[in-house]
Design a protein around this ligand. Structure first.
Ligand code: GLN
Length: 363
């Protein structure tokens, strides 16, 4: 059935509906990955966003059991050029239409996603409503101009209670701001004894778990909306090694006195080159973020930049000068995307080992 995407600037895209037929409002963003739609649509960092994919054919290898990045996808809508209803892959169990119906997520296909992406690149991300053909465009545009998008996405996707993911190696408390499964997978692969905790866990509750290190996960929304986590990170620094990814990186920067701001249209894709400053080494990375750390705000902080984005020069990695803590804006857990930066998890293990040795030496 026909369905329309109405943007806050009055642009209307008419296409074919698939998935659920509910109406929805959200921030429209684009992702440039050529594959990885299953991981993208289940990445909790997209909570509250309608995602358009620039690659034209989506769903052609189906949906499988293994590639989800969360149990309950939280994207508002999926917007594609063509949704395949004839997937071909030995792992495929569902079509993309079947998955979106099951998860109550609406989809729109058959629109010019290149045009939509160019508009977002020109104007910045836009609010939009995906609705039936009955909706009156002027009324929707008027209402979109007043819509305030939610600011509690982390609360919506974080685990409500702690849970273990046992191992025999280093004890890592993983603070879940909307964690992708990939982060847990990387820690488990290194035999870490992981305890996943809610976003608003206090430092004393974290330390009561006797962690060797703390991981700050990725997550949706503006990092400034999670002020309790900023205070928590500040208090944690120096007591235990810290590694942060994406939202975790932004919270670390804010906790150390730096600032963040919203990019015009963000970085979302699987092929973003990032340079490590000390070695000059370039990694092709998976990214999904709308906010970034302001480099000018780092001046009077104990932080230095370790990585930069080669596309636009924005900050991609930070390290604390005095205590064991480092973070990256990109996704070393990949899923989807290249695994070039995977060794950051090994660096975290080394940092925890080093910290333990120093503690023993000082005891
Ligand atoms: N993937 C993430 O953790 C994203 C962080 C933050 N929500 C942003 O958009 O910048």
């Amino acid at each position: 059935m026909k369905r329309q995407l109405i943007l806050e600037d009055g642009t209307v895209f008419i296409g074919e509906g698939f998935g659920s037929d509910i109406e929805t409002v959200g921030e429209v963003v684009f992702n440039t990955g050529m594959t990885g739609y299953q991981e993208i649509l289940s990445d909790p960092s997209y909570c509250g966003q309608m995602v358009t994919l620039t690659y034209p054919l989506i769903g052609n290898y189906g949906i499988n059991r293994d590639d989800f990045e969360s149990i309950q996808p939280s994207i508002k809508a999926l917007i594609v050029r063509e949704a395949s209803d004839m997937p071909s892959n030995f792992r495929s169990e569902l079509t993309i239409d079947e998955l979106l119906k099951e998860k109550n997520i609406p989809g729109l296909s058959g629109i010019d996603t290149r045009k939509l992406t160019r508009m977002i690149r020109q104007h910045g991300t836009l609010k939009g409503r995906l609705t039936s053909m009955d909706a009156e465009v002027n009324e929707v545009v008027e209402s979109l101009q007043h819509v305030v998008l939610s600011t509690d996405q982390v609360q919506q996707v974080s685990t409500p209670t702690p849970y273990p993911s046992p191992g025999r190696g280093k004890r890592v408390v993983l603070v879940d701001f909307g964690m992708k499964h990939g982060i847990l997978r990387e820690l488990n692969q290194r035999d870490c004894d992981v305890v996943v905790v809610p976003y608003n866990t206090t430092v004393s509750s974290i330390l009561a778990l006797h962690p060797d290190g703390v991981m700050l996960s990725n997550g949706p929304g503006d990092p400034k909306d999670v002020s309790e986590a900023i205070d928590m990170v500040r208090e944690l620094l120096g007591k235990v090694p810290v590694f942060g990814i994406c939202l975790g990186h932004q919270l670390f920067a804010l906790a150390c006195g730096a600032d963040t701001f919203k990019l015009k249209f963000g970085h979302r894709g699987s092929n973003h080159p990032v340079k490590e400053i000390t070695t000059g080494k370039v990694a092709i990375t998976a990214q999904n973020h709308g906010y970034t750390v302001d480099p000018a705000s780092l001046e009077n902080t104990p932080l230095h930049i370790t990585h930069v984005a080669l596309n636009d020069g924005t900050v991609e990695g930070l390290r604390h000068d005095k205590v064991p803590a480092f973070t990256v804006q990109y996704h070393p857990e990949a899923s989807p995307g290249p695994e070039d930066a995977n060794d950051l998890f090994d660096q975290f293990i080394t940092m925890m080992e080093q910290f333990l040795k120093e503690e023993v030496a000082h005891a």
